[in-house]
Design a protein around this ligand. Structure first.
Ligand code: FES
Length: 135
């Protein structure tokens, strides 16, 4: 699935500034950052001195996954997250735009990876396109 610049502009609010509260479960810390509606949350957090888990920075690896506890965000480029996990409230901060004030918490280690791929391990041949296309 690809997204054009028009898609992005329909999901972002460049003139708005949102407050994002981030519970880093691994470190036991809570941070609050201010994020413009047209900037990635992970990048803005780092610019404000908040270090969070990441790897690819491209919406593919799920290292930056969080659970959204409150608020709305857009993640049209989150190709590494299945629609089912998005519906369950997971998001990839490296490619997420705030659409309201937010409260999020970092995932347990490999939580999203296990939810998404773990059930396919040890079950024989994996069909092409799974698991990201099945939902
Ligand atoms: S850092 Fe890889 S998906 Fe966000």
């Amino acid at each position: 699935m690809t997204y054009s610049a028009e898609d992005r502009s329909s999901t972002t609010e460049p003139d708005r500034l949102f407050r994002v509260r981030i519970h880093n479960r691994q470190k036991g810390t809570v941070h609050e950052v201010q994020v413009p509606g047209d900037r990635y949350i992970l990048h803005c957090s780092e610019n404000q001195g908040v270090t969070l888990p990441f790897s690819c920075r491209n919406g593919a690896c799920t290292a930056c996954a969080v659970r959204v506890l409150d608020g709305q965000l857009a993640q049209p480029e989150a190709m590494g997250l299945s629609p089912g996990l998005r519906d369950r409230g997971y998001a990839l901060l490296c490619v997420s735009y705030a659409q309201s004030d937010l409260v999020v918490e970092t995932q347990d280690e490999d939580e999203v990876y296990e939810l998404q791929f773990g059930r396919y391990f040890g079950k024989g041949k994996v069909r092409r396109g799974l698991p990201l296309d099945e939902d």
